[in-house]
Design a protein around this ligand. Structure first.
Ligand code: HEM
Length: 290
């Protein structure tokens, strides 16, 4: 295994052993499921069995199995129900949360406008006119929506997501995953589904067309699952999607983004860091548009 390029090592193993295989993280077995189809079979078709949360050795001492993300069993069910209700009470998806996000986005714009940074190069990606963007605009802005989805697809920040575990004896594609492994076996889901050449025409290129049909309407391929699926589906999906839309549109309404480097000189290769793919550090300049 290449410690600095675990994902490449996984890729090589997948080519040799197929879409379901086990690796050992130290002495702990971890089952890897590759591609959307395997993930769907586990997370949706056998949702209950795969709803356990895997144990991440470095995180366990901090959370000690508490908090909705890392809890298991009854406490997870209670916490998840509580979180969903609380988020609804906070107005998730309703006007109030939209207002709050817009206020935050506006504050960010004001902060950036205060700084007198000049740009060397600029990219004009203009959305909207003079009013503040609202969530209602999203349906009328298929290209913007496609760009946002393509940013998420292309960056594929955490391709392995958060590990799961099986909470009962489980048969999966001819393999047996016993419950007694519950505390010892992680199941990782490779979100590299986002780079699947069978579903995305140009998987290694930033291409918003992946999310547009021939008429330019927004379309979301079924395999686009950066928020996972099934019982552990990200609780913040709706909030995160609202934020991404309102922040990006508000920023681009007020600024053109520029880079001191020519576009062709910008290296988009992510820094591979363990199981994540954080982007390289970029210098970005914001040029006020008025
Ligand atoms: C672009 C932003 C985000 C992405 C891509 C993302 C992605 C994910 C993923 C992949 C998981 C693991 C799902 C699984 O175990 O199968 C997750 C879990 C979770 N996310 Fe997010 N998330 C985002 C933002 C947020 C935000 C803003 C919140 C809070 C408001 C949030 C709250 C949670 C919670 C509570 C869980 C644990 C759910 C559970 O274990 O039952 N996320 N997220």
């Amino acid at each position: 295994m290449d410690q600095k390029g675990l994902l490449k090592s996984f890729q090589a193993l997948r080519e040799k052993y197929g879409d379901v295989f086990t690796i050992y993280l130290g002495s702990r077995p971890a089952v890897i499921l590759w591609w959307y189809e395997a993930m769907k079979e586990a997370l949706v078709d056998q949702a209950e069995a795969f709803s356990g949360r895997g144990h991440i050795a470095i995180i366990d001492p901090v959370f000690q199995g508490t908090g909705v993300v890392f809890a298991n069993g009854k406490s997870w069910k209670v916490l998840r129900r509580f979180s969903v209700t609380t988020m609804k009470d906070f107005g998730m998806g309703k006007q109030s949360i939209e207002e709050r996000i817009k206020e935050e986005a506006q504050c960010l714009v004001e902060e950036l406008q205060k700084s007198q940074e000049k740009v060397q190069a600029e990219i004009d990606r203009v959305i909207g006119a003079h009013c503040l963007p609202t969530l209602e605009d999203r349906a009328k802005m298929p290209y913007t929506d496609a760009v946002i989805h393509e940013i998420q697809r292309f960056s594929d920040l955490v391709p392995v997501g958060v590990p799961h575990s099986v909470i009962k004896d489980t048969h999966f594609r001819g393999y047996y995953l016993p419950k007694r492994f519950y505390k010892y076996t992680e199941v990782f889901f490779l979100f590299s589904a986002l780079q699947d050449p069978r579903h995305f025409e140009k998987p290694n290129t930033f291409y918003p067309g992946h999310f547009l049909d021939a008429q330019g309407n927004f379309r979301k391929p079924e395999v686009f699952i950066p928020f996972s699926m099934g019982k552990r589906l990200c609780l913040g999906e709706s909030l995160a999607r609202s934020e991404l839309f309102l922040f990006l549109t508000t920023l681009l309404q007020n600024f053109s983004l520029g880079s001191p480097k020519a576009p062709e000189d910008i290296d988009l290769t992510p820094r591979e860091n363990g199981l994540g793919r954080p982007p390289t550090l970029f210098q970005v300049r914001f040029l006020p548009r008025r």
